[in-house]
Design a protein around this ligand. Sequence first.
Ligand code: DGY
Length: 318
Amino acid sequence: MERGHLVVATRIPDAVVERLRAHADVTDVSDRPRDEWPGPLATALGVLVSSNIPIDAAFLDAAPQLRIVATWSVGYDNVDVAALAARGIILTNTSGSLVEAVADLTYALVIFAVRNLAAGLSYVRSGRWMHEQMPFGHDLEGSTLGIVGFGQIGLAVAKRAQVSGMRVVYTNRNPRADDAATGASYRPFDALLAEADCIVLLVPLTDETRGMFGDDTFARMKPAATLVNVARGAVVDTDALLRALEQKKIAGAALDVTDPEPFPPDHPLALHENVVIVPHVGSATVETRARMAMLAAENLIAFVEGRTVPTPVLAGRD
Ligand code: DGY
């Protein structure tokens, strides 16, 4: 039987590329400039990509034989899902593979934000510590964490926050049925904004959530509240966040994701004393990223072998 041709467009562990090579012909273009991709893509049956590679009509036009896109991420807002659906192309993600790692990073950012540790770093680096006391942060115990988008990761963050004595409220499209078991309570969005001392964003980026946190939203938060974004940068209006901080509508922010990415180091938000930004590393541990890469590869291998793909987002067309 003829082996299928797969293109790996993002740097994944060698062992995962080797696993793919056992099942298909593989071209690894991850180290090549993007204008060199169309050659290999012309015969690709499947492609392994990551969330920073736009999978749009231009990409698909370069890959006329493409039947499956496996993204090395849970989020797939980089993918034009309608364009894939129109061409009958399967989309898979790495659902379920990164919950604990992202929850750990989120919780670290919650502590950073609530304890005002961004200012702490700045006091040490600038030498202000020599002659000035940095403004104190707040206790986690007894404060309220508001989680926007309460799925698997939200639950894992809630458990960690509850160990520190935080009350957890959440907002979702609908209340969950298991509030008694999770110890977290549903709030309508407006009520959560008014009540939370720290708000964590965990929603996917969609037309509905793009710019969800803007001037109007920040105006409804507590002035001492902090924002933690581990969702996607564009859920927050960057300029509005900067205004909210400068006008003291909120007290601080801790961001794993930004708009744009990478974020310019000289942007006033990156330089703001009450802001910490890390470079989209929620799932970036050796173990979790390897597990995610293997799951993306298993989706491609299942497809090549005619089996059901393990974590589909979009079914293809036979
Ligand atoms: C994800 O898996 O969506 C992470 O944010 C990495 O892109």
